[in-house]
Every structure is written in C-alpha cells, then in structure tokens.
Ligand binder design. Structure first.
Ligand SMILES: NC(=O)c1ccc[n+]([C@@H]2O[C@H](COP(=O)([O-])OP(=O)(O)OC[C@H]3O[C@@H](n4cnc5c(N)ncnc54)[C@H](OP(=O)(O)O)[C@@H]3O)[C@@H](O)[C@H]2O)c1
Length: 286
C-alpha cells in the first residue's frame, strides 16, 4: 500500500477506524477480529481507536481491548502497526458522551489505555475533544507531560480549530504529529484545518470520511459524481471518496470505519486509486 507519514512513522495511506466495532450495532467479537485481521492483510498499519468507544460506561475501553486481542492473535508481524488511541471523552451513564480534559483525568486515562493495549508507550495519543471547562493549554500541557514521561511517543489532537492547532504546536513542538477532524463530502468545513496541517507538515486524519456509520453505504446516492466516477472506474463510490481525500494533500490519512472484512478491504484499495485532475475538480465541486 502507498505509505504516508505520521510524525516520523510510516503508515499505510488508509487507516482503519475501529469505532463501529464497539458502539451500538457492533458485530460479535469473531467478526470484529476478522475485520481487523483483514485490514492488516490489506496493508493497513494505522488503527484508530479511543477509550470511549464502547456501548456505555460499563464497557468503557471495549475497543482498545478488542484491538489488543486482535493484534495478539494475528499470525503476521504487527511491529509496524501504529495504534492511535484517544482520551478526554467520558461515558457518564448509559450511552451519553461527556468530556474531561483536565490534566489529572488525562493522566489516569492514559495509564488505563496503556494497560488495555498492553504496551509500555502509546504510539499516538490524541486528545479527543476540547473541554470548554479546561483551558486548552492545560489539556495540551498534559499531553506534553505524558510524552516527557515516555508514556506516549507522539501526540495528536481532535476536533480542533486553527488557533488550537497553532497553540498545540507551540506547546508540543514536533511531538504534535496529527490532527483528527470530521471531513467528508458533506462535511467540508474542516478544510481550513486540513490546509493548515499541510502547511505545517502535520498529518490530517479525516474522521467519518464516508459520512459516518449508517450513512456511508449510500454515499453514492447522496453524492452522484462520486457514484458516476466510481462506475466509470469499476470501483465503489467509497473508494473514489477516499482517493479524493488522499489527493487533497500528502498529509491526509483517512480512517474509514468498518465492522466487516469486505468494507475495509474495499476501502484499503483506495490507496492505489489515482484520480485525474478532471475527476478531482468534479469531486471538489460535488
Ligand atoms: N475524533 C472523533 O471525534 C471521531 C468521531 C467519529 C469517528 N471517529 C473515528 O473515525 C472513524 C471513521 O468514522 P465512522 O466510522 O464514524 O464513519 P465512516 O468511516 O464515514 O463510515 C463507517 C461506515 O462505513 C462503512 N464502510 C466503510 N468502508 C466502506 C466501503 N468501502 N464501502 C461501503 N461501506 C463502507 C462501514 O460499514 P460496515 O460497518 O458494514 O463495515 C462503516 O459502518 C471511526 O471509526 C473513528 O475511529 C473519530
């Protein structure tokens, strides 16, 4: 698979978003493990997770534990796999999502993620979402301290605006390796963060790149040019969408979600699909 960079680490240009394997409608463990193994077989070396990817507070950490289990049971070499997790979202009760960006919470969350992932240091640790009750610099300072302590190798931020990216860069320096924001055909407003990342040489990971769980399957119905180009190329509209995102800048590494081996195999093939200038212009305008 075509390779891209997150900090100093080379990863396959298409990552795996693991969230659909732990939230509502999730598959059984056997299918989830087969999905992760299919991703690895296809050359995927970036797996995106978060401690909060779970049904509710009672199985907090489900997704991280699932990934640790799938990697341990994989027949091949997993030393080149970058597991990118996140902290800062809580699951206060039932299926609700809360926030805690306080340094003390992030320190404890990181320790718990280290244990669930069974590693000495987390390859990429991302602050999940700004917490309005905590100064941004305090949350990012916690990531710097985790890096200084050797608990995380690289830091990332998610759902951040350009000012927050610049501040995080000032605090973390080169250890700020990635920004993860929502970006898809229907959600393009984070293109300004994507462009800033391209300028600064920081990886940009579009989340819900296909429009999100429950909507991704109908991407071609909602955005006809993606379906038309897909038909002409003999590939899926989802592959065209991911190839279009890859062409936006060399720092882009999409993380399509999957809960079935077939879908991640199809998405991974987008790394080898090169669209021409006319196709890209059509999709930009779609
Ligand atoms: N940082 C944040 O705040 C944040 C928020 C949301 C998500 N994320 C991350 O971003 C990742 C991706 O987002 P997402 O999972 O919400 O949405 P998504 O990637 O836009 O869509 C996921 C859905 O797309 C389907 N799919 C994937 N590849 C396909 C293909 N080639 N053809 C047809 N269908 C395909 C999957 O179906 P199957 O389930 O049938 O395989 C899956 O349910 C998440 O897994 C998570 O890691 C981060």
């Amino acid at each position: 698979m075509q390779q891209r960079r997150i900090g100093a680490v080379r990863v396959g240009a298409i990552g795996l978003g693991a969230m659909p394997m732990s939230v509502g409608g999730r598959p059984d463990t056997d299918r989830a493990v087969r999905t992760i193994h299919a991703a690895l077989d296809a050359g995927v070396t970036l797996i995106d997770t978060a401690d909060a990817y779970s049904l509710d507070s009672t199985d907090f950490g489900h997704n991280e534990s699932l990934i640790a289990r799938a990697l341990a049971g994989y027949g091949g070499d997993t030393s080149g796999v970058l597991v990118a997790t996140k902290g800062g979202h809580t699951r206060p009760g039932g299926s609700e999502w809360g926030l805690d960006g306080s340094p003390g919470y992030l320190r404890a969350a990181c320790d718990a993620s280290l244990t669930r992932l069974g590693v000495d240091a987390i390859g990429l640790y991302q602050f999940h979402r700004p917490d309005p009750r905590v100064p941004w610099a305090d949350s990012i300072g916690a990531l710097r301290d985790l890096a200084d302590a050797g608990k995380i190798r690289m830091a990332g931020i998610s759902n951040a605006d350009p000012d927050q990216i610049r501040t995080a860069r000032d605090i973390l320096g080169d250890r700020l390796a990635s920004v993860q924001n929502q970006f898809s055909p229907e959600f393009r407003s984070s293109e300004k963060e994507l462009r800033l990342c391209a300028e600064l040489g920081i990886a940009f990971l579009p989340w819900s790149p296909l429009g999100g769980i429950g909507r991704a399957g109908d991407l071609g119905g909602r955005f006809r040019p993606f379906a038309e180009i897909a038909e002409a190329r003999g590939v899926s509209p989802q592959q065209v969408c991911l190839a279009w995102q890859l062409a936006l800048a060399p720092v882009v590494v999409p993380i399509p979600g999957a809960s079935r081996p077939e879908t991640i195999r199809d998405s991974a093939a987008a790394a080898d699909l090169t669209l021409d200038d006319q196709e890209l212009a059509t999709l930009d305008a779609a």
